[in-house]
Ligand binder design. Structure first.
Ligand SMILES: [Zn+2]
Length: 273
């Protein structure tokens, strides 16, 4: 039983045939659930069509910071109408990406805020993409009230730890352990991706060591970030197993325990029965 909390069956490079093969591979694997995560309007609509087609697939609707140039009020209204569907379990992926000193940071922040407000208004979980923008991401999340009493009170506290839950997921977390613990204290959940299996993963290994398992999910971000030992080929949801095995090794628990815990955490986070 595995839950890939972040995949892209909606990736624009796939043919319909390749998507069917990927779906068949998921059905033949221990992966029981995936969230197909939108990165613009079109991919969000495609994610929802996959979620309607496959019982193990859920969708997230949102515009990635790299795609915000395409955003306008009409597109935001369309994302909202997609998100009204019960199979859309989150707003995302949204956030900031300052990699290579992108010049559109103001535009990114504008649409990050707008989409956060949509998630708050709808009471939806949020999937955040943060790359080299840690300070601005945290500041905006706080300013917009993602960790406010009002938001937190909409969701039950974590039943295992009694911690507050803001239904805010940091996808492919790449910050350090100290920041991860600060986020968890605020009510966030951390998702660990394939890079934790890489040789230079010390920082992310420390995150897994420090964070209680009740606050961790695993993901692929397929077709990107293929874990070891398969690095070099395109990623796919079944390979989330390698990330879960690495989490188990770091936590000194069995693979089965890590798989079950991260799956239960993800189901609770996204509100999936
Ligand atoms: Zn992604």
């Amino acid at each position: 039983m595995l839950f890939d909390s972040h995949t892209h069956l909606n990736n624009e490079t796939y043919t319909t045939r390749e998507r069917e093969e990927l779906a068949a591979a998921i059905e033949a694997s221990p992966v029981s659930y995936v969230v197909d995560v939108g990165f613009d309007l079109e991919s969000s609509a495609l994610a929802l069509s996959h979620a309607k087609k496959y019982p193990w697939c859920w969708a997230a609707a949102g515009c990635h910071p790299h795609s915000v140039r395409e955003m306008d009020e009409d597109a935001l209204a369309m994302l909202k109408s997609l998100a009204k569907n019960g199979k859309v379990v989150a707003i995302g992926e949204i956030g900031l990406d300052y990699n290579r000193g992108r010049s559109d940071s103001e535009q990114q922040q504008y649409w990050f805020k707008k989409q956060l407000r949509l998630a708050l208004e709808m009471g939806k979980p949020i999937i955040v993409h943060d790359r080299e923008a840690g300070e601005d991401v945290l500041r905006i999340l706080k300013e917009e009230g993602v960790f406010s009493e009002r938001r937190i009170s909409r969701f039950p506290e974590n039943p295992k730890t009694r911690a507050k839950d803001a239904r805010l997921l940091l996808h492919c977390y790449s910050g350090d352990a100290e920041q991860a613990l600060r986020y968890i204290k605020l009510g966030a959940t951390i998702s660990i991706a394939g890079p934790v299996t890489y040789k230079n993963a010390r920082k992310t290994v420390e995150v897994v060591e420090a964070a209680p398992i009740e606050h961790l999910l695993v993901e692929t971000d397929a077709p990107y970030l293929t874990p070891e030992p398969l690095r070099g080929r395109p990623n796919a949801s079944p390979f989330v197993e390698y990330t879960a095995r690495k989490v188990a090794a770091i936590k000194e628990i069995t693979y089965e325990e890590a798989a079950r815990a991260t799956c239960e955490n993800a189901k609770r986070f996204f509100g999936i029965e």
